[in-house]
Design a binder for this molecule. Structure first.
Ligand SMILES: Nc1ncnc2c1ncn2[C@@H]1O[C@H](COP(=O)(O)OP(=O)(O)O)[C@@H](O)[C@H]1O
Ligand SMILES: [Mg+2]
Length: 222
């Protein structure tokens, strides 16, 4: 498989008074097409910072990143478009819009790319079906359980069949069984869409799902 995203000598430093925090410190990272990588590490080890750099959401202090054939320029222009078209995101907190139903929340992910409402709603209901949510299409977020909300958040991240999905503590608020269930849906859909996955997590349930496990500590892989 080809490399999808590649980072070399990647660093992100924060200034705190006289001190410099090396949140990400000279990291090399490669993910291939259709590969699943899990990043473990205690809180504060640099996982979220690394994900934000790799997705172009944050600027780096040093290094280089290339995605497909595009070299990041740290300027957020082209990468913003690439991110919309071909990356998906899931966070610990679902960030669903509370005044929209499940199917509407998911459809928004497609409408952002200019797809019309009717087609977007159809795509959304198809993908929610794959997440076992066909009975919950017209429920609002406050009518859903924690696991259901995360399944909707994942469906929203996947609706455009992204090449790369970033998940930051996606099961952080779920119990063990629910977590297992949500991961299994994610696993199946990622395979179906041939999406690559980068998960930052504490959840041991991700061990079985990954092709590669990395551990971060103090901004480096250990
Ligand atoms: N905006 C920021 N300003 C200063 N320090 C930050 C900022 N964001 C993160 N950090 C620091 O960078 C380190 C890594 O944080 P983070 O990437 O959030 O770790 P994790 O996701 O593994 O918990 C921590 O020491 C954190 O305090
Ligand atoms: Mg984090």
């Amino acid at each position: 498989m080809n490399n999808l995203l590649e980072a070399r000598n990647l660093s992100k430093f924060y200034k705190e008074g006289d001190e410099e925090i090396k949140a990400v410190n000279n990291i090399d990272f490669v993910i291939k097409e259709n590969e699943k990588i899990v990043i473990y590490g205690r809180s504060g080890s640099g996982k979220s910072t690394l994900l934000n750099l790799l997705s172009g959401l944050d600027t780096y202090s040093h290094g280089e990143i290339s995605y497909k054939n595009y070299k990041y320029d740290n300027q957020h222009k082209k990468i913003t478009q690439l991110r919309k078209e071909s990356m998906g995101f899931v966070y610990q907190f679902h960030y669903l819009l509370k005044e929209f139903t499940s199917v509407e929340n998911v459809a928004l992910g497609s409408m952002i790319l200019g797809e019309n409402k009717k087609k977007s709603l159809k795509k959304a209901s198809d993908i929610l079906d794959k997440f076992g949510m066909s009975e919950r299409l017209h429920h609002f977020p406050n009518q859903l359980s924690g696991g259901e909300k995360q399944r909707v958040a994942m469906a929203r991240a996947l609706i455009n069949k992204p090449n790369l999905i970033f998940l930051d503590e996606p099961t952080g608020n779920l119990d063990k069984d629910t977590s297992k269930e949500v991961i299994s849906y994610l696993d199946d859909l990622a395979d179906e869409f041939k999406s690559s996955i980068i998960v930052a997590t504490h959840d041991p349930e991700f061990r079985n799902f990954s092709d590669k496990i990395l551990t971060m500590d103090s901004g480096v892989f250990v």
